[in-house]
Design a protein around this ligand. Structure first.
Ligand code: CTP
Length: 221
């Protein structure tokens, strides 16, 4: 198994997906990509090779990070599939839309024609399908929940075969969207630790430290 210094190549996904309904409208979410960008920047400063797969965001790419952009979940699936093999560690912070419109209209849908319903189909679960090829890679996921935070996050940790999951509850006090502080739990197979009103850059540092500790404990069990 890996030791901390054997984590050299980190693949990170960040930001929202956009699922277009027609050329001018899409389904998305308020993710800014801040946590993924912070992790990428800190990892690069630590001397790691970093590939960042980014959804649409206004953030500036961190120095010494190779960046590729995606729009839809299907774009991200292709990019992540391409670079997964390369990575020692995969950190999936992207807020991936679980559904996309069944059809993208070629022309703008005109109001006068009306619309009664929007047919959606399910997107692939990118993290879950890549986890099937995990081998000795370290996998980190995120869980955003509005209820049963720990129960749902633990379920995702197991179902997606993750080493670590960062769980955030959507609450008015500290919204996980944006660059402000968040309330977060970091959960691994040994336990759970709560971080109150933690700054996202600090949280990014903690996540990377936890990843290295996991490698170390693998090496010493
Ligand atoms: N994820 C993914 N592909 C998807 C959905 C999610 O790779 N289609 C990843 C996210 O990047 C995150 C983790 O899976 O690391 C959990 O995402 P989340 O949206 O919280 O959960 P879902 O698995 O989509 O489940 P649900 O929407 O039912 O909570």
């Amino acid at each position: 198994m890996k030791n901390p210094s054997s984590i050299k190549k980190i693949l990170i996904t960040a930001g929202p997906t956009r699922e277009f309904i027609d050329p001018v409208r899409f389904i998305s979410n308020p993710s800014t990509g801040a946590i993924g960008y912070a992790i990428a920047g800190i990892a690069a400063k630590k001397g790691k090779e970093v590939i960042l797969l980014s959804g649409p965001t206004y953030l500036k790419p961190p120095p010494n990070v190779k960046i590729f952009y995606f729009e839809s979940a299907l774009d991200l699936e292709k990019l992540a599939g391409k670079y997964f093999k390369w990575a020692d560690c995969f950190i999936s912070s992207a807020a991936v839309s679980d559904f996309r419109p069944r059809l993208k209209e070629k022309e703008k849908i005109k109001k006068k024609n009306g619309i009664n319903s929007l047919l959606l189909v399910e997107n692939p679960d990118i993290l879950k399908s890549l986890a099937a090829k995990k081998k000795d890679k370290i996998l980190v996921g995120f869980a955003l929940e509005t209820e049963n935070l720990l129960k749902n996050a633990l379920l995702k940790l197991r179902e997606k075969n993750l080493d670590l999951i960062v769980a955030n509850k959507l609450s008015s006090a500290h919204s996980p969207f944006g660059t402000a502080r968040v309330n977060a739990y970091i959960i691994d197979r040994r336990g759970c630790k709560k971080y109150d009103a933690v700054n996202k850059v600090k949280l990014a540092r903690i996540i990377l430290d936890r990843v290295e500790q996991i490698c170390y404990s693998f090496k010493h069990v």
